[in-house]
Design a protein around this ligand. Structure first.
Ligand code: ATP
Ligand code: MG
Length: 319
């Protein structure tokens, strides 16, 4: 090593020692200096530093505990608010159902009562009935019977909604279930669309045949009612069954009808949601379908393009 190199090395060493001494000086000199300076002012001895450290840790722990307690209380409040909201939501749903039941039952009930009143008066006031009186009473009785039948159907649908347990059993053959439903929907379909059914060749599914029939009848009636009458050749309702996800059969009911407005999509499965005029729709059809399908462990979904038609997909577990 040259003399010059030795001098440079010695200078560097001395400088480093000086820096180290400066750094550690806080341990035994003034406050705020040295390695504890940032943590707390040094007071001199390592013992004092330990005490300081412990105190700082205690303070920080206390601060953390208090923050934790505040968080827990906020979380509790959040849970309580969430529960209140859910309750409010259920109350709103219940309110809607009650309003729907009231509305739908009140109407036929009103004419049942007024017809009964009329028949009662006629029979009380007249000792002998003319042929015309007799006819009028018979008409009033027929209307009364129709009204009672309408109420019976609403009650039946509501019971289907609340009693999901009797949807089970099976196996059910989809092809025959769909064919039976199609026959029942034919009076609505005939003047609106061609009906195509391709349901053969799929395995039997779980579920009571008549309950499943109710599902497809409601879907077919909706499909029919989405198409105005008069152009049956230009429109189509198609029911196709094929294997779905493993262990399931997928049935699609497609129509070329009016489609479903985006703002209605969230609500179509709600009981009593309807866009149809009074006396045409009760708004229970899809709620009933949804109840039956989900209690069988299946799913019911919808895809729709306004003005172009809708597809309802029923996915059912194989028996
Ligand atoms: N295939 C479809 N095309 C267009 N809109 C549909 C279709 N299916 C259902 N909808 C819409 O969803 C609403 C709810 O249907 P849902 O079957 O529950 O009741 P509804 O048909 O109005 O009455 P109900 O079935 O009780 O006679 C309908 O009023 C209609 O607006
Ligand atoms: Mg319907």
């Amino acid at each position: 090593m040259t003399l010059r190199a030795k001098v440079e090395r010695l200078t560097a060493l001395t400088r480093r020692r000086g820096m180290l001494r400066q750094a550690f000086s806080g341990l035994d000199s003034g406050p705020g200096s040295g390695i504890h300076g940032g943590l707390r002012s040094g007071r001199g001895t390592p013992h004092a530093d330990n005490l300081l450290l412990e105190e700082t840790v205690r303070e920080r722990t206390a601060a953390l505990e208090s923050a934790n307690a505040k968080l827990s209380s906020s979380l509790e409040q959040l849970h309580a608010t969430q529960a209140q909201l859910l309750f409010a939501d259920r109350l709103i749903a219940l309110g809607r159902i009650a309003a729907g039941v009231g509305h739908e039952i009140n109407n036929p009930l009103a004419f049942i009562l007024s017809n009964l009143e009329y028949i009662h008066q006629e029979l009380q006031q007249k000792e002998r009935l003319s042929e015309q009186d007799r006819q009028e009473i018979l008409e009033a009785l027929a209307e009364t019977r129709d009204g009672a039948e309408r109420i019976r159907l609403i009650v039946r649908d509501l019971q289907t909604l609340s009693r999901a347990e009797d949807v089970g059993s099976g196996p059910a053959e989809l092809a025959s279930v769909v064919r039976t439903a199609a026959k029942m929907a034919m009076h609505e379909l005939r003047h609106r669309a061609r009906l195509v059914v391709e349901c053969d060749g799929v395995p039997p599914v779980q579920g009571n045949g008549s309950r499943l029939g109710q599902v497809f009848l409601n879907l077919l009636l909706n499909a029919a009612q989405s198409i105005p009458p008069g152009n049956a050749e230009g429109n189509e309702v198609r029911v196709v069954a094929r294997p779905g996800e493993p262990g399931h059969v997928l049935v699609e009911v497609r129509d070329t009808g009016c489609g479903i407005a985006p703002e209605h999509r969230e609500r179509i499965f709600d009981p009593f949601f309807t866009t149809k005029p009074l006396g045409v729709g009760t708004g229970l059809g899809l709620a009933v379908c949804h109840g039956i399908v989900t209690s069988l462990g299946g799913t019911l979904t919808m895809e729709s393009a306004p003005g172009q038609g809708s597809i309802f997909r029923v996915c059912l577990p194989v028996a």
